[in-house]
Write a protein that binds this ligand. Structure first.
Ligand SMILES: Nc1ncnc2c1ncn2[C@@H]1O[C@H](COP(=O)(O)OP(=O)(O)OP(=O)(O)O)[C@@H](O)[C@H]1O
Ligand SMILES: [Mg+2]
Length: 251
């Protein structure tokens, strides 16, 4: 379980997370929604220790991330796969090297086992034929699929996905969605997904949390979240309908 308590994070001159509290429950998929720039990606980076909150606590299986030394962070990170919003492949490494990287970095495995896994995961996302390509030779969507394979390859207990389907064509989005679903069903995986994608949320979410003003303002099970009276439904559906009809009625 990932447990965040009173997390505060600021960039110089800009407060982003302000007293954020949430429990990411074990073996479930929690989706965080919220408007652009509110701090969703910043929160994911705080969980993995890439950004250091100024106050509060984030524990993963009871181990504190906030303020913990680098060596300890490294062992905690082994349990977490993260798909960055930017894709963030290493440009100087081939597709193969990118996907193998977490295994080489965290895992004492033989070259043969690494090779088998890298190829299996690239095959799952339909990118095996690009195994020796460099990132510059790939489209945005192709890079994203490689990044998904890289996030999943350690078969981590926790997977954090930042906009997993953004910029993908519908078929590629479906590949990624079904991989997420498969991992969700097969393993005891706890997933945290940040997305603006309503279809993905309906497909994957067990629980949905709304981030507003740097904190979690609503958190509900999927059924409740999609009730017309909920704040999450308001964020996802009503606001959009209102803005469309306001702007549409002006023309
Ligand atoms: N490296 C940085 N330096 C300074 N400010 C930053 C940095 N990264 C993000 N911010 C600011 O932190 C705030 C939260 O950014 P964040 O990327 O978490 O938003 P988000 O909720 O993920 O938005 P989106 O849905 O568009 O991805 C924004 O106001 C952004 O301008
Ligand atoms: Mg973001």
């Amino acid at each position: 379980m990932i447990r965040a308590r009173g997390v505060c994070f600021s960039f110089p001159g800009r407060a982003v997370l302000q007293d954020l509290t949430i429990d990411i429950e074990e073996s479930l998929t929690t989706v965080i929604v919220g408007r652009s720039g509110i701090g969703k990606s910043v929160f994911l980076k705080c969980i993995t220790g890439l950004l250091r909150p100024q106050a509060g606590s984030i524990t993963i299986d009871g181990e504190e991330v906030v303020g913990s030394p680098r060596a300890q962070l490294r062992t905690i990170r082994r349990r977490i796969g993260m798909l960055f919003q930017e894709g963030a492949l290493f440009d100087s490494m081939s597709v193969y090297e990118n996907v193998a990287f977490p295994l080489v970095y965290h895992w004492a495995a033989t070259g043969k086992e690494i090779d088998r896994r890298v190829r299996a995961y690239l095959d799952l996302v339909g990118m095996l034929e690009y195994v020796h390509a460099m990132p510059q030779e790939l489209s945005g969507g192709m890079k994203r699929k490689v990044a998904v394979a890289r996030a999943m390859i350690l078969e981590p207990r926790y997977l954090l996905y930042d906009e997993p389907t953004a910029g993908l064509d519908p078929e590629s989005a479906a590949v990624v969605e079904s991989m997420m679903r498969r991992l969700q069903r097969e393993g005891a995986i706890t997933s945290l997904v940040v997305t603006h994608d309503i279809d993905l949320t309906r497909y994957i979410a067990d629980r949905i949390a709304l981030m507003e003003e740097g904190r979690i303002s609503a958190h509900a099970g999927r059924e409740d979240a999609f009730q017309e009276s909920s704040a999450i439904y308001e964020h996802f559906i009503k606001n959009r309908e209102r803005i469309r009809s306001e702007n549409g009625s002006q023309t």
